[in-house]
Design a protein around this ligand. Structure first.
Ligand code: SF4
Length: 490
């Protein structure tokens, strides 16, 4: 009974925060000064404690900058108040303004601190047949049972998670998707989609639901998207964006960055096109050499990775859109977020994986509760190793510290969840070492010469990293810098 009561209190607190932010967002109108006043008043109300104060102060600055003002203007013209309330407000509360007591309650009740977001792939099927993709080998019988999908969402919600990213395959191919989402009316969903199923009718349905904000996967201008997805796929993405914008949905984009499309993705013309189409934010992912047939020549070089960092940071400061660069924004999250510190993935078979790019698991939700999987020694040892480096511009235990994740996988006897999962750690080890050495060479200089240290000082508060571990990582990093400078001099 105590647990039930504390859960109700928890939900109520979150709903109050979501309502305060949602009401401010729904009230936005033609007067920019009033808009800033409504929004900042709500942010001041929901932000509590020193940690959230850092975010509150950042929002205050941003809303008064040109890009922030324009961004608010775009919310007004492009989105329906229902979607602002049920998507934007929920996303902001889940990511930035969670109840401070949630960690403690979850720790007591489940023995684990709750991640911010759960990724789940109910189906691996897809209507496209992209080069190198394995989705074609899956059938309807391979889908996650809808009752299991529903159960896992409920268990996550019990732990205080209400931000769900739906992956695949193509999420909209899963017949029960919207029925299950409808049952989880107090949560927020972000499906990554090729846009094929988002016609005007679907966009209207999503706007009515309000709590679904699709991410349209588009790998740059037409020639790049069509080359990776097939002829006509770019037009499908653009049409889906038009449909979503006209219906008033909140939506974003997601792009896979390779050696070949990085210049196009960084171009001002392209980001302006995405703004014109109505995307409010977007996620950029580097090509990862995962799966049975990885192609290392597609991985952006360390220099290209830095190019992406510089350009996206600049766009975020000057354009009315929020691009998020999954690796280069490591300093904002205290480095790697996997293993349930901030996120994890459940695949279509129910395997609970630490990261969407790490196809290994020790637990499956068919044999245990979600809380048991999150409290597993595998996940705990990943969390205890984070950050993998003080320089969180090199956050990744898969591509930047190429042996770190492999050691944790072996120590915990984690099983591969996909054919060829171990290849990048074994067969491709020499190439991965060369790549991670290159990233170290480029990113350590960036780290030492830019102001990322200010963020590092705040990780403990924002991201749940103990100060003593942070201090240890700082010493390790400084030692490695001393050694490399000595090696260069001699
Ligand atoms: S393992 Fe790498 S890709 Fe996955 S969350 Fe960590 S840093 Fe990101």
């Amino acid at each position: 009974m105590t647990n039930f009561r504390s859960r109700v209190v928890q939900w109520t607190k979150r709903e109050v925060a979501e309502r305060a932010l949602g009401r401010a967002l729904a009230q936005l109108g033609n007067n920019p000064e009033k808009n800033a006043k409504y929004l900042l008043g709500a942010v001041d109300y929901v932000a509590s404690g020193e940690k959230q104060g850092i975010i509150r102060d950042r929002v205050h600055r941003w809303v008064n900058e040109e890009a922030g003002k324009e961004f608010l203007g775009r919310i007004i013209t492009h989105t329906h108040p229902n979607c602002r309330r049920r998507s934007l407000a929920r996303m902001a509360v889940s990511m930035f303004f969670r109840d401070q007591n949630l960690r403690e309650r979850c720790l007591q009740e489940y023995g684990v601190t709750p991640p911010y977001v759960m990724l789940i792939s109910p189906s691996m099927r897809c209507n496209y047949r992209c080069q190198g993709c394995y989705a074609a080998s899956y059938e309807r019988k391979d889908d996650m049972d809808s009752q299991v999908f529903d159960r896992v969402l409920s268990e996550a919600e019990d732990m205080g998670i209400n931000f769900f990213v739906i992956l695949g395959g193509e999420p909209f191919i899963y017949p029960e998707l919207l029925d299950v989402i409808k049952k989880h009316d107090k949560s927020f969903f972000q499906p990554y989609t090729n846009g094929y199923f988002i016609d005007k009718k679907m966009a209207k349905r999503l706007a009515d639901l309000g709590n679904v904000a699709p991410q349209i996967s588009v790998n740059g201008p037409a020639e790049y998207t069509d080359a990776s997805r097939g002829k006509g796929s770019f037009d499908v993405c653009m049409q889906a964006m038009d449909n979503l914008r006209e219906a008033g949905c909140v939506f974003g984009f997601s792009s896979l960055v390779t050696q070949h499309n990085v210049d196009a993705i960084c171009s001002e013309e392209w980001i302006d096109q995405l703004i014109d189409k109505g995307a409010l934010y977007g996620w950029l992912f580097l090509y990862m050499p995962v799966g049975g047939d990885p192609d290392l020549s597609l991985m952006p070089t360390p220099e290209q990775r830095n190019q992406l960092r510089v350009v996206m940071k600049q766009y975020r400061e000057t354009k009315p859109i929020l691009p998020i660069d999954f690796w280069n924004d490591g300093p904002l999250t205290g480095g790697c977020i996997s293993g349930g510190r901030l996120y994890f993935h459940v695949n279509h078979r129910g395997d609970v994986e630490p990261c969407i790019f790490v196809h290994f698991a020790t637990h499956n939700i068919h044999n245990c509760s979600l809380a048991e999987a999150l409290a597993s020694p595998f996940f705990s040892s990943i969390k205890q190793s984070q950050p993998f480096c003080y320089n969180t511009l090199r956050p990744c235990p898969v591509i930047d510290h190429h042996q770190a994740m492999w050691n944790l996988i072996q120590q915990n006897n984690a099983n591969p969840t996909h054919e060829g999962a171990e290849k990048m750690f074994t067969e491709l080890e020499p190439q991965m070492k060369e790549y991670s050495d290159g990233v170290q060479r480029v990113m350590d200089d960036v780290w030492d010469n830019e102001d990322y240290h200010n963020w590092a000082a705040q990780w403990e508060g924002l991201c749940g990293i103990p100060p003593e571990r942070l201090e240890q990582r700082r010493k390790e990093y400084e030692e490695s810098r001393r050694k490399s400078s000595y090696a260069t001099q001699t």
